[in-house]
Design a protein around this ligand. Structure first.
Ligand SMILES: [Zn+2]
Length: 280
């Protein structure tokens, strides 16, 4: 499971995020706090869910968090496997892959520092419905699923962050149904590359093979080869063996379908919603 080289430490930069949270008023007679400063979290390289936890709660659970390096191609969960660990990526990128009985497979989700692997299953069926494989090598925090459940029950801010994450995933899923039906492979590829880069450690280089990109979009590898050639000719990217470098982000943004902007606005609105949290 790649959880070697473990260490425990405070997630970097997280404490500053919640200075605003300390102001307390009342909400129907119950304690009330401001929600986490998601604008701050999104601007930093922390895992956004971990960064949302109240500092005092995080201090209690910190010894149960371990730092781990995830290798490209590493399988973290197989379909039907029990979820024993929850992963909070910081620079790694994890793909959720749906496989058909005939053997065909397509990527149906992507988890980076904006989310976590196992956060829903650990509190529900405790089983994975997907093959969960590391797309881009990098760092992550890992916690035992039992500890995560206790953390979820303890941290009101984490519950709010997870609910926002659910809302974003549902919004993305609905948008991607429309995107797959209406938009070209070239435009979808440009959007997917930009979104993958935002969730991983490097804003310019995506270490993904053509096979990975084909699985990401659910198309043939030859289709990806043609789309990459067009992007390269337009000066947007440069391809190398097993990776893709963005040469001109503006050209790539122009090539991306309108779902790129639609989802950016939707995510910002969901994260920026600032209803007060009531401690039940
Ligand atoms: Zn689209």
């Amino acid at each position: 499971m790649g959880a070697g080289a473990a260490q425990t430490a405070e997630p970097k930069g997280a404490s500053r995020a919640f200075v605003k949270d300390q102001a307390r008023t009342t909400c129907h007679g119950r304690p009330q706090r401001r929600r986490p400063d998601f604008a701050f979290i999104m601007a930093n390289q922390n895992n956004w869910l971990l960064a949302a936890i109240e500092p005092d709660v995080r201090a209690r659970f910190q010894p149960r968090l371990r730092r781990t390096s995830l290798e490209r191609g590493e399988v973290l969960l197989s379909p039907g496997e029990t979820v024993h660990r929850v992963y909070f990526p910081e620079t790694a990128l994890i793909g959720l892959i749906s496989a058909m009985p005939a053997g065909d497979a397509v990527q149906t989700g992507m988890i980076g520092r904006d989310g976590a692997l196992g956060v829903f299953e650990a509190c529900g069926t405790r089983q994975s419905a997907f093959l969960c494989e590391v797309l881009v090598a990098g760092e992550a925090w890992v916690m035992a699923a039992d500890d995560y459940r206790r953390l979820y029950e303890t941290s009101a801010d984490l519950r709010v962050a997870v609910h926002k994450y659910v809302e974003i995933l549902l919004t993305e899923a609905r948008q991607f149904v429309a995107c797959n039906a209406l938009h070209s492979v070239d435009a979808r590829l440009a959007r997917s590359v930009l979104e993958a880069l935002e969730r991983s450690q490097d804003s310019r280089t995506l270490p993904a093979t053509q096979e990975t990109l084909a699985q990401m979009l659910g198309v043939q590898r030859t289709t990806i080869t043609a789309a990459l050639s067009q992007m390269q000719a337009a000066g947007a990217i440069r391809t190398a063996r097993g990776s893709l470098e963005v040469v001109d982000p503006a050209v790539l943004e122009d090539a991306a379908c309108c779902c790129r902007e639609t989802l950016k606005i939707a995510r910002a609105e969901i994260y920026a919603s600032d209803e007060p949290v009531c401690d039940a």
